[in-house]
Design a protein around this ligand. Structure first.
Ligand code: DWN
Ligand code: SAH
Ligand code: ZN
Length: 412
């Protein structure tokens, strides 16, 4: 693409110029599962991604208002996967040992959801507080005896908690900081609430993995930023902090856990410079690499549609597995409606009996999935492949086949 033809905008972190490299078109809210009555008022926005020329942050070109996404009926429950329950229990234990062994330690989580991680902190008797604006998931955490504020973390709410509870030793967030366009307010809030030697730790899908795996379905309304070590280091420095550690994680298709401290307080580990060097060598934030990714995205659409059309022509029964937020991007970008995939199964009661966003596949309970009801299963929850394939072994043994589209379209 020529420079003039590329769309541009302003970076939400540094006000630099962003250049668009992938346009995924008109898309619905990824976590809005619809009743028939909702169909006439479905909300759509324009999903496109760009990169900042100044700070290298990859980000959406248009933000959806936060109340449209995170509200009373937000349907994602973090405890729905065994792998994630273990991941968060282990993560909490790591903090308890390394950072929270003092007499009156205080742990704060941003986006604590149904309390999947806070439960372990609470069981250890350590003071905690979650911020969770989505009503029903926050209520599920409170039902477990956890302490959760029902509002958005930002500068104003952080000031209130500092006044009532004192400084936090750890402020942690999983799969939440990348959901927040207004990061200046987040860092101002962290600055208010964090103890002088405390750490701000967050983990989110890693840009390097998204590019390597062409996992473009990680791009949707809720995922506003696609972090790299370089862009996070630049952001931390801009707000008076420092990136002091990075750790690659296998969950959700590949993430990085970033540890941030006040500038000069903790010595950065070698891993930080190493990951930045690796990113630079791979050209992670360069337009050439990003446009190559965009080309591969189009290839996946072509290959997947060809396969689904062929299976339809052969009279095969094709369903999908896991009504993920991610799959809204895939289904809407490729145009996968009930003509190609009959229904999608999911264990979440709040999604069952509803229609998926945009292309309106019926969502059915996971118990309806078997080799009796399907010949092919398009694995929307590909990030949980190991867990799902282990519990659905019968499907494969009876001749059923899995369709995967990460890192390319293939059968398993
Ligand atoms: O970042 C986000 C991540 C953490 O969670 C949020 N913005 C929204 C959400 O994204 P997602 O919906 O793509 O996440 P998952 O974890 O890939 O969703 C898995 C879905 O599949 C859930 O609806 C539960 C369902 N599931 C199932 O039916 N059977 C999951 C497993 C493991 C299963 O065995
Ligand atoms: N941490 C969980 C949940 C991730 S989903 C996990 O990793 O599985 C993102 C969560 O962040 C949602 O529950 C949403 O309601 C919450 N969220 C979004 N913006 C937020 C903000 N500003 N402060 C606190 N939580 C927020
Ligand atoms: Zn920028």
């Amino acid at each position: 693409m020529t420079d003039e033809a590329r769309p541009s905008g302003a970076c939400q972190v540094c006000d630099g110029r962003t250049t668009g490299f992938l346009d995924l078109g008109r898309q619905p809210l990824s976590d809005r599962f619809l009743t028939e009555a909702d169909l006439s008022t479905e909300f759509f926005f324009h999903l496109a991604v760009g990169v900042c020329e100044t700070c290298t942050m990859v980000q959406l070109m248009e933000a959806v208002p936060r109340e449209q996404m995170f509200h009373e009926d937000y349907p994602y429950y973090s405890s729905g996967s065994e792998t994630m329950r273990k991941h968060f229990a282990d993560t909490a234990r790591g903090f308890l040992e390394a950072e929270l062994s003092g007499p009156d330690s205080f742990f704060v989580e941003i986006g604590s959801n149904d309390g999947v991680l806070l439960a372990t902190v609470h069981e250890a008797g350590v003071r905690h507080l979650g911020f969770e604006p989505s009503g029903k998931v926050a209520a599920a955490a409170r039902d477990r005896g956890l302490r959760v504020r029902g509002d958005f973390f930002e500068e104003a709410t952080a000031i209130e908690v500092r006044a009532s509870d004192g400084p936090a030793d750890v402020i942690y967030a999983a799969n939440t900081i990348c959901h927040i366009p207004y990061l200046r307010s987040i860092f101002l809030g962290v600055d208010e609430l964090l103890a002088p030697e405390g750490i701000f730790v967050f983990e989110d899908p890693y840009l390097g993995d998204i590019l390597d795996k062409t996992s473009f379905d990680q791009i949707y309304d809720e995922h506003f930023y696609f972090f790299s070590a370089r862009s996070v280091a630049a952001m931390a420095a801009r707000f008076g902090f420092e990136l002091v550690d990075v750790e690659r994680l296998p969950v959700h298709g590949g993430e990085v856990r970033y540890t941030i401290a006040r500038a000069g307080v903790r010595r950065p580990t070698a891993a930080v410079a190493e990951l930045i060097a690796e990113e630079d060598a791979a050209g992670v934030a360069g337009l050439e690499r990003l446009e190559h990714f965009a080309t591969k995205v189009n290839g996946i659409r072509t290959d997947l549609l060809a396969l689904l059309e062929q299976l339809k022509a052969d009279g095969k029964r094709v369903v999908a597995y896991g009504a993920t937020a991610k799959s809204a991007t895939l289904a809407n970008f490729c145009g996968i409606g009930p003509d190609l995939v009959s229904w999608v199964c999911d264990t979440t009661p709040a999604k069952q009996g509803r229609l998926t966003p945009g292309t309106h596949l019926p969502v059915r309970p996971a118990s309806e999935f078997s080799s009796e009801s399907a010949d092919y299963a398009l694995l929307f929850a590909w990030n949980h492949a190991e867990e799902i394939m282990a519990k659905e072994q019968e499907f494969r043994k009876a001749g059923g086949r899995w369709i995967l589209y990460v890192p390319d379209v293939h059968l398993k």
